[in-house]
Ligand binder design. Structure first.
Ligand code: NAD
Length: 285
């Protein structure tokens, strides 16, 4: 079946980006979140993203208008009955994702694929709460979605080859480069990235260096485009903490224990760029 309408659950930084690239590739998008205020903000973020493309002359003003018109927002997952393919990008919490997948399974036509953008959680377990485990898959976009090429495509134990092939094809249609990874906690990207970020937070907590200096050393010394603490702020410190908890619990190795400073910063509500403060302070205007 041809994919014409993509459903996106969660209008945060990842969901907004996934909606934007889907609109840019000519799809209709139905975007779901819990409040009209969040959906309004998400629509504004997507609008700004499209404006940048008009300014760079990558799309015309007419394209921008058409793309914005192809976006529908809703607080009700029952509106996903028109979706041919769904990408879930809500907050990284297993209980939430399991309940969303039960709801999606009831709302989205039975033959259609349900993908999750989870950073770390078991695709197999998420699939198991649905009546279509063969049609559930991990589609792990990178942040910021409009700029980053990679999508990690993760098969659960029961994901079918057809679902995998169709998801790889959709990723390419979105202008991305899909790479497969197996269903282990954190897959490949976060299995390697998050221990590095966690170690940088330990280095900060133990006074090995100031935040700016830790980041400068890793940028210039390891040739990373941004330092690990700035990257953690970009990802969201709540998301980083959740991923580390999954790695620690699921792999059972204390080497993944989240740094107490990371926990404390999240408890303070300093979640990084999205709240205006994390390891750095940001101008939210
Ligand atoms: P975010 O905090 O920016 O956004 C999460 C959104 O989910 C919020 O708008 C929230 O209101 C919404 N939400 C919560 N409960 C919901 C519900 N019941 N129904 C619908 N929406 C709900 O987080 P994010 O950074 O966009 O991350 C979203 C997902 O993408 C997570 O699974 C995360 O692990 C994953 N991810 C994040 C990154 C990153 O760098 N931030 C990268 C790849 C994948």
């Amino acid at each position: 079946m041809e994919i014409r309408t993509i459903g996106v659950v969660g209008g945060g930084q990842m969901g907004s980006g996934i909606a934007q690239v889907s609109l840019m590739s000519g799809f209709n998008v139905v975007l779901n979140d819990v409040s009209d205020e969040i959906l309004g903000k998400s629509r504004a973020v997507i609008g700004k993203g499209l404006d940048i493309l008009v300014r760079k002359e990558k799309i015309t003003a007419g394209d921008r208008t058409r793309m914005a018109e192809n976006l529908r927002t809703t607080r009700n997952l029952s509106d996903f009955s028109s979706c041919d393919f769904v990408v879930e990008a809500a907050t990284e919490r297993e209980d939430l994702k399991l309940s969303l997948f039960r709801e999606l399974d009831a709302s989205v036509p039975a033959g259609n694929i349900l993908a999750t953008n989870t950073s770390s959680l078991s695709i197999t377990r998420i699939a198991s709460v649905t009546a279509r485990p063969d049609k559930v898959i991990g589609m792990h976009f990178m942040n910021p979605v409009p700029m980053m090429k990679l999508i990690e495509v993760v098969r659960g134990v029961r994901t079918s080859t057809e679902t995998f092939d169709r998801t790889m094809e959709l990723a390419r249609t979105l202008g991305k480069e899909p790479v497969p990874a197996n269903d282990f906690p954190g897959f490949v990207a976060n299995r390697i990235l998050l221990p590095m970020i966690n170690e940088a937070v330990y280095a900060l907590m133990e006074g090995v260096g100031k935040a700016e200096d830790i980041d400068a050393i890793m940028r210039m010394g390891a040739n990373h485009p941004m330092g690990p603490l700035a990257l953690a702020d970009l990802i969201g410190l709540d998301t980083c903490l959740e991923i580390l908890k999954v790695l620690q619990e699921e792999l059972g190795d204390p080497k993944y224990r989240p740094c107490p400073l990371l926990r404390k910063t999240v408890e303070a509500g300093h979640l990084g760029k999205k709240t205006g403060r994390g390891f750095y302070v940001y101008d939210r205007a």
